[in-house]
Design a protein around this ligand. Sequence first.
Ligand code: PAF
Length: 281
Amino acid sequence: MLVVSETKALRAQIKQWQRDGETIAFVPTMGNLHRGHLTLMQEAKKRGTKVVASIFVNPMQFNNKNDLANYPRTLEEDQVKLIAEGVDMLFTPTPEIMYPKGLEAQTFVEVPVLSNILCGASRPGHFRGVATIVAKLFNLVTPDIACFGTKDYQQLRVIKLMVKDLSFDIDIVGVETVREESGLAKSSRNGYLTEQELEVAPLLYKTMQDIAKAVQGGECIELAVAHGIESLNQSELTTDYIRIQNAKDLSGVNDSDKDLVILAAAHLGEARLIDNMVFRR
Ligand code: PAF
């Protein structure tokens, strides 16, 4: 696996592959790779003839300095995992390479509407940071395909909309969430949980399943969600939000909408967990 940090080396290799007629599939990450990330690499491998991954802990998407400082950085272990998945090139830029003038002077990409609801309301500026870094990475890697986890459902919708609005010629693929046997969605944030919290955390997914069942059984959305929040808050989890939205565009639900998504975020100890579940009623 080629490992490059400089944009010049990255672009030169990409151009060569494009001249050779290769199809480039890209998986951007912030590292600390778990099985969820590796399924993204496998999906990319199926869809492209060359797989490029990136590891960059993007300061622009953190609205909390401690969170950024404490974000797990495990580059050596990550590289071993990427080699095992047959990734062809890893891009590991520094903040100075990605933001040479600093964050304040950086041109940014803002995806309106979608960026200020749900996680965007709890983490102001987060999706501006995500959209900006993903747009920059897309311009550097110029992939044909890019794979993202559906665990970050709102992020996936923000990126799909950005790609459409800015006319990027990239096929965005959402890859299904990988879960522990307990139902807990795989996440780098799970590393912050204690043994005891790991036993409580699956309640988030179970609560979403209960809410979906209740709505499918005819209960009104507001009531089903309120019951879900009540039961979560009786545990050690503290609900940030649980919402049901239109699965396609995250707009509010109309009576005629059939494809819905439950989106949930909750705090547990040091971790903020997010999860979602698409369902049909
Ligand atoms: O999902 C992530 O790991 C990050 O938000 C992403 C897409 C790599 C952008 O920094």
